[in-house]
Structures are given as structure tokens and as C-alpha cells.
Design a protein. Structure first.
Length: 253
């Protein structure tokens, strides 16, 4: 029997049934756990208008990370975002963030895709939204951060080779400018304040940059509001209702 399609590419599985016919399915589940690092647990009720996208661990981009690392592979997230945009049953997206950062270009690509969705989006920083997680958090229509969560703002750091040539200061500078421009455009933080936090000395041990905690992220204008899952879903429902009303009004005209 064909399993129903879900936006994240997973299939629903009844874990309570166990027959000989289910053995191939179990093997398939094990393969997916090994490949994706997650089980096929449904994220939301089937009648929900909201889809949940979790970005956890390290954002994996062009280089494959060691298997012991908890990662979010951007090539898995991109099809999900496309499916969310195309699925008429999904009216809003809730992005849950607990990331240490990762590949700058991959993270920026995800940020641009989230910002370009035509449907309402809300993000919540849980635990941490560090490094390239900062533009991802600000890419949504409205952002939340829990009181104990932190966000690390620091200059772009890269090692190795890029497109077969040694990295240069000019390349890093342009990459950093792209990240800064995106964050400033999609949040309420002032450019000078963001640069101050990014290049502050002594805030991070033997490094430059700043750790911003919960309420400070809101005070600086980086995040819209302190809050958790309850207020985030309430806000997303309001945005979806407003979006739906605007859409219906446009159809009538």
C-alpha cells in the first residue's frame, strides 16, 4: 500500500505493528536513519496548516562532515522548502533553530530561500542560533528567541580552498558583506551596532565577536521578540489569517 506523501519527503510509519511483511519496511527505516540521522516521526497533525522545519547541529554544505557530527544537510532542506511553497495545504512555516553554524554559502542559500517564500514564516532560536544561524533566524517574517538561547556574531572564517584557489582577504570580505547586508535587511538592527558586535574584542575567549543572549538579541533589534513555541504558533496563525484575508481580497478585486 502506498504511503501518503509528506512535505519533508518522509513516509508515515506505524511502529506498533510487526509482521513478516513489515521486515523490508524496517530495513528501509534503518537505512533512512543512517542516511538522514532521523526517524520518520510526524512533526505536526495531518490537519495542521503549519509545517515545522528544524535546523539543528552543524549546517553541512559542500564538504561532508564526520559521521559523529549532528548535521543539517542543506541538500535535504532545499527540496523541503520547495515542497512547502508548492503544497496548498501548508499555509505557514515554523522554523526551529538550534545550530552552531556551519557552511556559510549553504546557510546563506537557505536564508534566501526562506526569505523568498510567499507563505508566512516564523522562526524560534532554541539553545543557540550561532554564526550562519543568525541570518537564518532573521530570514523569517517574524522571529522569536527563548530567554536562555544565545547567538554568536563573529567575522566570517574559512579555511582550505574555494573553487580551487587559495582564499583571499577580498573573498572573505565580500562573503562577510553579503551576510551583514542580509541580516541588516531582514532585522531591525543598526548596521553600526551589528559591526560593533561582530568585531568586538574580548567578548569571546581569544577571539573576536559577541555572544548575544535572549533579551539582548531583542534589545539590539536582531530578533523581534522573546518567547517560546506557544506564542510563536499564535503569531504564525495571525500571520496566516492576515495573509489569507489579503489573498481573498485580491481575488475578489
Amino acid at each position: 500500500m502506498t504511503q501518503p506523501y509528506e512535505p519533508n519527503g518522509n513516509q508515515s510509519v506505524n511502529m506498533n505493528e510487526s509482521t513478516d511483511q513489515d521486515e523490508p519496511k524496517k530495513e528501509g527505516i534503518v537505512d533512512k536513519i543512517q542516511q538522514l540521522g532521523q526517524t520518520n516521526v510526524p512533526q505536526m497533525p495531518p490537519d495542521s496548516r503549519i509545517h515545522v522545519l528544524s535546523i539543528v547541529g552543524q549546517i553541512e554544505g559542500h564538504m561532508q562532515l564526520p559521521p559523529q557530527n549532528k548535521t543539517t544537510k542543506y541538500e535535504h532542506v532545499i527540496p523541503q522548502i520547495v515542497a512547502i511553497e508548492q503544497n496548498p495545504n501548508i499555509e505557514g512555516l515554523l522554523v526551529l533553530l538550534n545550530t552552531v553554524g556551519g557552511d556559510v554559502e549553504a546557510g546563506l542559500a537557505l536564508s534566501e530561500m526562506l526569505a523568498s517564500l510567499s507563505k508566512p514564516t516564523v522562526s524560534i532560536v532554541l539553545g543557540g542560533g550561532h554564526s550562519i544561524g543568525v541570518p537564518i533566524a532573521t530570514s523569517c517574517d517574524y522571529s522569536f528567541i527563548v530567554e536562555t538561547a544565545t547567538m554568536t556574531i563573529h567575522p566570517v572564517r574559512l579555511t582550505g580552498l574555494v573553487i580551487g584557489v587559495p582564499q583571499t582577504f577580498e573573498y572573505l570580505d565580500k562573503m562577510q558583506e553579503r551576510v551583514m547586508n542580509f541580516v541588516i535587511k531582514h532585522s531591525n538592527i543598526e548596521e553600526e551596532k551589528f559591526k560593533e558586535l561582530m568585531f568586538e574584542k574580548g567578548n569571546l575567549t581569544r577571539d573576536i565577536g559577541t555572544n548575544v543572549v535572549g533579551e539582548d538579541a531583542v534589545k539590539y533589534g536582531l530578533i523581534d521578540e522573546v518567547g517560546g513555541i506557544g506564542v510563536a504558533i499564535q503569531k504564525l496563525n495571525k500571520l496566516m489569517d492576515a495573509h489569507k484575508g489579503t489573498k481573498q481580497k485580491g481575488m475578489v478585486q
